[in-house]
Design a protein around this ligand. Structure first.
Ligand code: FE2
Length: 253
């Protein structure tokens, strides 16, 4: 028989060991449950993000369905915008967002009659006035959801020009949001590189020259100076992206 005080000490040590054991089991179970919950939430967010991107592209494709032959135009413009944003040192999330949401720039064309969209000749004054409404229509379609605020700005301002000569609102300089300043150069570069009913496809060298030096119709003053500098710095990448994603597009921008 143990003396009473030694026996109580033995029981105390034993209980202490059991408490430690159950504590460790509880901590392990809690950690496993937390890992499971975090994994499920991350997968759910990934699926939601993928569905969001899918729907943005679906909306852009629906808008360009009337305009045959636009090919990869919207996809290339997204890639070009991401290149400029990266060159400007903008945050990673901005680069990611503009790559996707730039595809919405011409979504407002869904409201423009198809015979105007595919017209091979110059527009009449009335047709041109109608065409100039597509940025406002685009902003209206994209709406005011916070997650699509960049897409809305892009749809609304992609034809504004740094010197104030653009449309639909004649915004000038930094009145144009940075995403609008970026897409102006990218949309113009892609338009110059692509064949249109009223012009041939220009080489990279010629498109670069027109954007940086002007040709009477396009002028360097149309573009934000810092975006233009980023375009110059990234122009080699522009050429590679265009060559990789080129098609036989023919459409108005
Ligand atoms: Fe446009």
């Amino acid at each position: 028989m143990w003396p009473e005080n030694e026996y109580l000490m033995y029981l105390g040590i034993k209980m202490h060991a059991w408490i430690l054991f159950f504590g460790a089991c509880f901590a392990l179970a809690f950690a496993l449950v937390m890992i499971y919950v975090v994994t499920i939430l991350a997968l759910r967010k990934k699926n939601l993000d993928a569905a969001f991107v899918y729907m943005v592209y679906a909306l852009a494709r629906a808008a360009e369905a009337k305009e045959e032959g636009t090919g990869n135009h919207i996809l290339r413009v997204g890639q070009f915008c991401a290149l400029i944003a990266k060159t400007l040192g903008l945050p990673r999330q901005f680069v990611k967002d503009i790559r996707v949401q730039a595809v919405l720039h011409d979504v407002g064309k869904i409201h423009i009659p198809v015979d105007i969209l595919i017209k091979p000749d110059s527009f009449t004054a009335e047709e041109w006035a109608m065409m100039k409404q597509h940025p406002d229509y685009g902003a209206m379609i994209v709406g005011s959801h916070q997650k699509l605020s960049m897409g809305r700005n892009i749809a609304l301002t992609h034809h504004e020009k740094w010197d104030g000569s653009g449309y639909p609102h004649g915004l000038k300089g930094d009145e144009i949001p940075i995403e609008g300043q970026i897409i102006a150069v990218c949309d113009q570069y892609d338009a110059l590189r692509s064949e249109r009913s009223y012009k041939p496809a220009y080489s990279h060298k010629e498109a670069y020259r027109i954007i940086t030096e002007g040709d009477g119709r396009t002028k360097p003053e149309h573009f934000s100076p810092r975006v233009l500098n980023a375009f110059k710095a990234a122009s080699g990448e522009f050429e590679k992206v265009y060559e990789k994603m080129k098609d036989d597009s023919a459409a108005h921008t």
